[in-house]
Ligand binder design. Structure first.
Ligand SMILES: [Zn+2]
Length: 346
């Protein structure tokens, strides 16, 4: 008999836990991905390999409550998210989102929103950070100083191409730069990161000329075409959001330029996919990239919600114009689940 009260307490505890689990939640997680690709050299840490993406989607379908972003947002504002609610988002609009991500999302029944940089569609160019990767690492020889860049770069370093070995493992989070090519890359990225688009394009073009690298997009690094963005919009469970026209740090631009970036991208996408586009993800999405003017411009452009790249849980009271997102890295299932658990506990 002595075990029965104990058992009863256990049963009651289990029931109470069930109540907690079933209770509507005031928080959830918006996950931020960029690419399903690799393994390969990935200095900006944008790739999740297909193998790890498969594993992560299984974790979401088995252990979490994945929702379409619009549904997530509606329930979040009402404080009615289910427990362990997550929404999957992709930034930038790489072609692999259609070919590598969409089938895996579909196979696991996971909805997703892809924030597309409208001006990159059909441009035949790579994003500036991918161009800079080619400029810094691809030429066998680099002569002299790159124009308009002041970094500790010596001519004699320029002759020696960065060794292939050790390159695969290196990325911007590394504490040590194994060669002057890595310092060059880092310096170029830092110089361009918050530069207005026109200046940025001029500088990249000067560096391209200096290095002998040609314009054009590698198949592995291209963005979606017009046909592909339409196909993505029609893929089951996938919706399209805007990510501006030219991927600037919006807060660095004039109010007029910000208005153009936001309004034009929304209009272009809506016309192309013939569906409403109500969500925007701010490029880079950190505090310094999004000002009060940015938010006002997003509202005026007709958006309903703005997503940041500031890591955190999305609470009922999080601003609809700066919804936090969790940046997902190339984690295996165990690490991914541990990361999600950490955010849900905090
Ligand atoms: Zn982006």
């Amino acid at each position: 008999m002595s075990t029965i009260p104990g058992l009863w307490h256990t049963q009651r505890a289990v029931k109470a836990l069930g109540t907690v689990v079933r209770r509507r939640s005031r928080r959830g997680l918006v996950l931020l991905y960029h690419r399903v690709a690799g393994p390969r050299f990935d200095p900006q840490l944008l790739d999740v390999t297909p193998q790890n993406f498969d594993a992560q989607m299984r974790v979401l379908s088995e252990r979490m409550e994945p929702l379409a972003l619009s549904e997530f947002e509606k329930l979040r504002r009402a404080g009615k998210l289910p427990a362990r609610a997550v929404a999957v988002t992709f930034d930038d609009g790489y072609a692999d989102n259609l070919y590598a991500a969409a089938p895996r999302l579909n196979a696991n029944g996971i909805p997703a929103t892809v924030f597309v940089t409208a001006g990159m569609i059909g441009s035949g160019r790579e994003f500036w950070w991918d161009e800079v990767e080619r400029i810094a690492f691809m030429p066998r020889v680099l002569n002299g100083m790159p124009p308009a860049l002041s970094i500790p770069w010596r001519i004699e370093d320029g002759a020696a191409i960065a060794a292939e070995d050790g390159r695969m493992e290196w990325n911007v989070a590394a504490r040590v730069d194994p060669s002057s090519r890595h310092r060059l890359y880092r310096g170029m990225v830092a110089a361009l990161r918050r530069m207005p688009t026109t200046e940025r394009d001029v500088l990249v073009s000067r560096w391209r000329d200096w290095s002998g690298v040609t314009e054009g997009a590698r198949e592995s690094h291209r963005t979606v075409s017009t046909k592909e963005v339409i196909a993505l919009a029609e893929a089951r469970g996938v919706s399209i959001g805007a990510h501006t026209m030219t991927h600037p740090s919006l807060a660095q631009l004039s109010a007029t330029e910000q208005a153009h970036e936001l309004r034009d991208s929304r209009r272009w996408l809506e016309t192309t996919i013939a569906k409403p586009v109500t969500a925007v993800a701010y490029p880079y999405g950190e505090s310094a990239d999004v000002s009060a003017i940015t938010v006002a411009a997003a509202r005026t452009a007709g958006f309903d919600t703005g997503y940041s790249n500031i890591g955190g849980t999305a609470w009922r009271w999080s601003s609809r114009w700066r919804v936090p997102r969790i940046l997902v890295r190339d984690w295996d299932a165990v690490t991914f689940l541990a990361q999600l658990d950490r955010w849900f506990v905090e």
